[in-house]
Design a protein around this ligand. Sequence first.
Ligand code: IPE
Ligand code: IPE
Ligand code: MG
Length: 243
Amino acid sequence: MKMAVAGSLKEPPRHVAIIMDGNGRWALSHSLPRTEGHRRGADAVKQTVRACLDLNIDYLTLFAFSSENWKRPKAEVQTLMGLLRFYLRSEIDALIKSDVRLRVIGDRQALEQDIQKLIHFAEDRTKENSRLNLTVALNYGGRREILLAVRAMVRDATVGELDLECISEKHFEERLETHGIPDPDLLIRTSGECRLSNFLLWQCAYSELVFVETLWPDFGKEELISAIEDFNSRERRYGGTRE
Ligand code: IPE
Ligand code: IPE
Ligand code: MG
């Protein structure tokens, strides 16, 4: 049973999604190389996972690497992949112990073989866990995900497994990488940028958006609570009227 969270939080959102932005600017503001910003960003990921466990959040989805981030200098991409490798190796025991289920969305085929294996291992070892569903978006792009779902529907319709005239949102969602995961209630983006950058385009249709100035390496439990308080002050109408 969900317990009310200590302090002023009414009820936590079921699903929090975060666009973790601002590592580079954090590094610049501390006269450090961008790579150090990414390293600190990985610490903020651990803190945020812990905070979600404390706050009884069921689903956390983190945007870690977009399908457009390959445009960055090779050395930076390598640092990010190295951190990912390190995280997957060093955090697996903690994830298992904390009853966290890890899933990865995005095109993993383009990632190095050993990373693909680590992801497979972590997903498999945590698949029965249920306290927190942690989804990491890696080489993820919302438009690509939508196109793949459309392609899958056309394929199924062509072989007679789907009636074109009866296609519904449900059929579409079943073919998204996020199938089985509820839509985000709260989407947070750090670093003051106010855009989606190709993240969960379908799923965020009715998410509450919270943009915070905090740079990702400085994000932690306090910032999460404050974003949830903002969320709790909103009235979600879904196109309806006030009660
Ligand atoms: C987020 O921080 C990390 C990734 C996108 C992988 P950035 O690296 O985008 O940081 P800024 O936006 O340059 O400050
Ligand atoms: C979005 O951040 C992607 C991630 C946080 C992984 P970017 O820094 O890549 O986004 P833009 O380029 O500012 O839109
Ligand atoms: Mg950025």
